[in-house]
Write a protein that binds this ligand. Structure first.
Ligand SMILES: NC(=O)c1ccc[n+]([C@@H]2O[C@H](COP(=O)([O-])OP(=O)(O)OC[C@H]3O[C@@H](n4cnc5c(N)ncnc54)[C@H](OP(=O)(O)O)[C@@H]3O)[C@@H](O)[C@H]2O)c1
Length: 284
């Protein structure tokens, strides 16, 4: 059986949909905290099991009889995320899971600016030492996060973001989901670590250039001071930890941690991934 944690989230639901086109629903387990969040009517015959990343015994029960697990990374931060992801790996070992596919982040190196990198690095190491087979998807940023990054620029073309000239090899979450489903439905092969990126990398001035072509003739990127960005997030009502998390993303982009390009996604899909320009075109 193939199980997916975080199955009620954006990536989980998309992966489920692709997977159910390849595999009988009776072979698939959606692991969720709250089954209401999964529109189960869309997935006839699917096994739905309840578990929380904070509750090791619920995870172990949910993983009974599972051969391949898609472990979707935690949505929390810091110690909480470290603990939750370790709980999933330990439960998978205890339940006798054969292979784990894990969604990591691009460039999870020591000293990375992006705060989630330390969590992903730790979980990758746990998997390497687990005795289970593993496939690691080191995902670049989702194209679908661009509207969140650029905020009101979706309405006026003015992007204020402290990323310098830093580029991001944005990849579509749907493309990543399809590639994950392809791996999940395939027989076990060699352990693998893939850098999952778009076919190009773009800075925020490139995004502004596409907005100029598409809709706002004056669109531009202004590289604001990091402190101004932090203040804006605070005014938006974010707490200190969340502000540090988002600020670390901008620092990571500026430092080039998300600029890497790799053909792995294209190879796993057997076609070109969606580009930044085509994604933005689909929004306007
Ligand atoms: N590469 C990127 O640009 C990017 C952007 C955002 C996030 N991410 C990472 O990629 C992951 C998947 O992205 P996404 O867009 O699918 O995120 P999402 O929509 O926020 O989904 C997160 C999933 O994790 C589940 N979850 C959270 N806490 C849990 C817990 N304590 N126990 C069990 N399940 C729990 C959520 O369940 P509920 O539905 O019950 O809340 C949800 O199903 C995220 O979790 C994050 O690590 C990457």
């Amino acid at each position: 059986m193939i199980a997916i944690t975080g199955a009620s989230g954006n990536l989980g639901k998309a992966t489920l949909s692709f997977l159910l086109n390849k595999t009988d629903a009776a072979n698939v387990v959606a692991i969720v905290r709250d089954p209401q969040k999964l529109d189960a009517g869309l997935y006839a015959g699917l096994n739905v099991r309840i578990a929380d990343y904070e509750d090791p015994s619920s995870l172990e029960s949910a993983l009974k009889g599972v051969d391949t697990l898609l472990h979707i990374s935690a949505s929390g931060m810091g110690e909480e995320a470290l603990r939750q992801e370790a709980n999933v790996v330990n439960a998978a070992i205890a339940a006798g899971v054969g292979r784990v596919v894990y969604t990591s982040t691009l460039c999870p190196v020591e000293g990375a600016h992006f705060l989630a990198a330390a969590v992903c690095r730790n979980t990758e190491n746990l998997l390497r030492n687990s005795g289970m087979d593993y496939v690691i998807f080191r995902n670049s940023m989702y194209l679908e996060t661009i509207p969140l990054f650029i905020g009101s620029a979706m309405d006026d073309g003015q992007i204020y973001y402290p990323s310098g000239n830093g580029k991001v090899s944005f990849a579509s979450r749907l493309d990543i989901a399809e590639a994950l489903a392809n791996v999940l439905a395939s027989p076990h092969s060699e352990n693998a670590v893939y850098d999952i990126t778009g076919a190009g990398a773009w800075n925020f001035a490139d995004i502004a250039a596409v907005l100029r072509e598409l809709v706002y003739p004056d669109a531009a990127h202004t590289d604001i001071p990091a402190e101004d960005y932090r203040n804006a997030l605070q005014n938006f009502g974010m707490g200190a930890d969340e502000i540090s998390f988002y600020a670390s993303m901008a620092d990571a982009i500026r430092a080039g941690e998300f600029k890497g390009i790799n053909p792995a996604l294209e190879n796993l899909l057997g076609r070109k991934p969606l580009t930044m320009a085509d994604y933005l075109k689909s929004l306007f």
